[in-house]
Design a protein around this ligand. Structure first.
Ligand SMILES: Nc1nc2c(ncn2[C@@H]2O[C@H](COP(=O)(O)OP(=O)(O)OP(=O)(O)O)[C@@H](O)[C@H]2O)c(=O)[nH]1
Ligand SMILES: [Mg+2]
Length: 362
């Protein structure tokens, strides 16, 4: 059960650069619009400093971070829903993602063209959001049409979205409001199955220059926009972070420090994605491998075992669980056990963020 984020934005906003940064890939990023045509799908290793802390204690042969899938698509432009540009054709590729990362350009660079001639983050945001809304509107109208036809010939409503509800969603979208604002009583997997883009958890990456780290008018504008709409805005200097990610850990530290950063903004972004998706991380320091895993908040040891292997889930007997602080303080599971800090739990136990877990199975 992996989690997947789709990246959207205007052409040249830095989508593919962000994709390379998160997924550790080298797909082309050029200064002309529509550099990306076919969608790119990548797997991001989630950076996690706790893995090193645990590894210093358990000395594993192999460390496996947890992952997040990312999809990068072509840029969206005004009237994409009427066939302008290329992006709209590819929105279908992100209908099944768990969340949307919307990247907006806040960096100045005369060598990188802006499709509308000047940088205007709030207006750029609205342009892309309108296209997402129009894409949902199109789907809803199709559903309403086919449902009306079915009802006319006497079929009963079977969908978890009634005709009345679809009509009220259509009304919302027509007024420029995302489906997210409707607070529908559907669970995330139902919402995912419906594929509505504006119903997905959503955050904004403000792609800033390194000079703007201490604040810029563009960044301020987008932060005010986010505050007003209750949307998370993560400032990130994507190009700079990408250059930093290609250095050794020591060089990276100095490189980031040279512009006054103590840690990478990529970690802040991944953390924001985790918060938005309500995810937690747990660790299994078993045998030669130390591994991090991702689980929905509230997930149980039964769910955790299923992630690792169906045999482990089926043969589950019990698990030793220590919180990370105790594990570190007592230098491992053995020490934590001696200090009385290890819980022995059954499959219904809901894991907490950063638990260290050893599952016993038959
Ligand atoms: N100066 C500066 N340039 C950036 C930054 N981020 C991206 N760029 C440059 O902007 C250009 C476009 O970046 P891409 O990542 O290809 O943009 P995109 O959104 O994928 O563009 P399309 O695929 O054409 O829609 C490239 O030349 C990047 O190097 C940044 O933070 N600062
Ligand atoms: Mg691109």
């Amino acid at each position: 059960m992996g989690f997947c984020a789709g990246i959207v934005g205007l052409p040249n906003a830095g989508k593919s650069t962000l994709f390379n940064l998160i997924a550790g890939t080298h797909i082309p990023c050029e200064s002309y619009p529509f550099c990306t045509i076919d969608p790119n799908i990548g797997i991001a290793s989630v950076p996690d400093e706790n893995l090193k802390i645990i590894a210093d204690i358990v000395k594993p042969e192999k460390i496996t971070p947890t992952t997040l899938e990312v999809i990068d698509i072509a840029g969206l432009v005004k009237n994409a829903h009427k066939g302008e540009g290329l992006g709209n054709q590819f929105l279908g590729h992100i209908r099944s993602v768990d969340m949307i990362i919307h990247i907006v350009r806040c960096f100045k660079d005369p060598n990188v063209a802006h499709v509308y001639g000047e940088i205007n983050p709030a207006s750029d945001m609205e342009t892309v959001l309108t296209e997402l809304i129009m894409a949902d509107l199109e789907i809803i109208e199709k559903r309403i049409n086919s449902m009306e036809k079915e009802l006319k010939v006497g079929k009963k409503e079977t969908s978890d979205l009634s005709l009345d509800l679809l009509v009220s969603l259509k009304d919302m979208l027509s007024k420029g409001k995302p489906i997210r604002d409707a607070n529908l009583a559907l669970n995330p997997s139902q919402m995912k199955a419906h594929g509505f883009l504006t119903a997905k958890p959503y955050l904004v990456v403000a792609n800033i220059d390194e000079e703007a780290l201490s604040g810029s008018d563009y960044l301020k504008a987008i932060q005010q926009w986010g505050d007003k709409k209750n949307i998370t805005v993560v400032p990130l200097c994507v190009k700079f972070e990408l250059e930093a990610s290609e250095l050794s850990p020591e060089e990276r530290h100095d490189f980031l420090a040279s512009i006054g950063l103590s840690s990478s903004g990529t970690q802040n972004l991944i953390k924001a994605c985790y918060d938005l998706l309500d995810l937690i991380t747990f660790y299994t320091p078993v045998g030669k491998e130390l591994r991090a895993w991702t689980l929905k908040k509230g997930g149980t040891l039964h769910d955790a075992a299923g992630l690792i292997h169906t045999d482990i889930q089926e043969g589950f007997v019990k698990a030793d669980v220590a919180c990370l602080d105790d594990f570190v303080k007592h230098k491992g599971m053995h020490g934590a056990k001696e200090a009385g800090k290890v819980l022995v739990e059954g499959k219904e136990f809901a894991l907490r963020d950063k638990d260290v877990v050893v599952i016993h199975f038959r």
